[in-house]
Write a protein that binds this ligand. Structure first.
Ligand code: SAM
Ligand code: SF4
Length: 363
């Protein structure tokens, strides 16, 4: 079905297939290079984020509501199916995979998945985002399995606040997880902090002090309107990256840096502290869509083309309807690039939130 046009470029007619969601089936054709996925806007996709479960042992106020209904287990991709899909992406040129969730480390036998993923030639970066609650137990095994970098969510250093923001979490366990990650020798350990006005905005400097003392990175994230959180309006608690930088400037001398680590964060360096970079993920104040290089696989096997839109392709249907058919799976992935939207449309002035919570999407 592919019509070769030269040795490096193939023009692929996009089939009208029944597993597209959130838009009309695409028509026309798209261009793929032999080693990369390229969308209609010329963006090369080489980064896949995989949510391995929607379940979590926390209920963070910006991520979930208190009463969550999770997917029945049979709707989740099996670990084998996740590995098959990851393998297809790697064959199409994806060289970075981040495992996320929900909380990835609550999924049974998750280390096995990391071991399988770590065996794929062509995968340059295998990373994990975790709340750290189980990391003390798993850090060493994950490093041995080939995990290169770990992001650990930490929004506050105060025990009572940690309990309030996660609704159930135990700060001590996450701190032990951070220590274990540093001890295990990952290439980089980074903290992720979602800053909300009136919740934790007064801890920005303390969080950077904590990162500096340990020689690890930290990224500050503006909250995105995903799912009803049952706690606050996103606009009411919005605290911008610029406000964070102004606070930091009172204590540190920070300079913008051109460095990127493959994700949406923009980095700043601190004079005198080379071990710590400060990242800013600013969906509201600095749209990161123009150079988006990523797509996401949800725990039920939907390939989401954009964090902030509903365009998706049901890859679980493909792997279950045509078991072992790698070429068909790759074709579905190639076709999906045609419907990757130009960008998210998060709008603080609108009260609208996407129905999908972050634990479905995989942050
Ligand atoms: N459970 C893991 C964790 O907390 O790190 C992985 C999944 S979590 C959904 C991934 C990241 O998304 C976390 O750093 C979390 O802080 C962030 N996150 C969750 N909800 C968010 C939201 N509404 N806006 C921005 N970031 C969010
Ligand atoms: Fe769980 Fe992570 Fe969402 Fe918090 S941000 S509820 S730890 S998935």
């Amino acid at each position: 079905m592919a019509a070769p046009s030269n040795s490096f470029t193939t023009v692929v007619p996009v089939a009208s297939i029944p597993y597209y969601r959130g838009f009309d089936s695409p028509t026309g054709s798209l261009t793929v290079t032999e080693s990369s996925l390229v969308d209609r806007f010329g963006r090369s996709i080489h980064y896949l984020r995989i949510s391995v479960t929607d379940r979590c042992d926390f209920r963070c106020v910006y991520c979930m509501s208190e009463d969550m209904t999770f997917l029945p287990r049979e709707q989740l991709l099996t670990l084998e199916e996740i590995d098959q899909i990851a393998a297809a992406f790697i064959e199409l040129g994806v060289d970075r995979i981040r495992i996320t969730g929900g909380e990835p480390l609550v999924r049974r036998n998750i280390v096995e998945l990391f071991r399988e993923l770590g065996r794929h030639d062509g995968l340059r970066d295998l990373t994990l985002t975790t709340n750290g609650s189980q990391l003390a137990r798993y850090a060493r095994d994950l490093r041995e399995a080939g995990v290169t970098r770990v992001n650990i969510s930490l929004d506050t250093l105060r025990v009572d606040r940690f309990k309030a923001m996660t609704r159930v979490g135990d700060l001590g366990k996450t701190l032990q997880g951070i220590d274990a990650a540093i001890e295990a020798g990952f290439e980089r350990v980074k903290l992720n902090s979602v800053i909300l006005k009136g919740h934790n905005h007064d801890e920005v400097v303390d969080l950077v002090d904590f990162a500096v003392e340990r020689g690890i990175d930290i990224s500050f994230i503006e909250e995105m309107p995903l799912g009803d959180n049952g706690d606050h309006s996103v606009a009411d608690v919005h605290y911008s990256s610029q406000q964070i930088r102004e606070q930091l400037a009172e204590r540190y001398s920070v300079q913008p840096s051109a460095e990127r680590t493959g994700g949406p964060a923009r980095y700043w360096r601190i004079d005198g502290y080379p071990g710590t970079r400060i990242g800013f993920i600013s969906p509201h104040s600095h749209n990161f869509c123009d150079d988006c290089n990523r797509v996401r696989l949800t725990s039920e096997g939907l390939l989401l083309l954009c964090l902030g839109q509903e365009h998706s392709v049901d890859l679980r249907h493909v792997v279950r309807a045509w078991p072992g058919d790698r070429e068909r799976l790759k074709q579905a992935i190639v076709d999906a690039m045609q419907i990757k939207p130009k960008g998210h449309e998060f709008d603080l002035k609108s009260n609208e939130v996407l129905v999908r919570h972050m634990n479905m999407t995989g942050g």
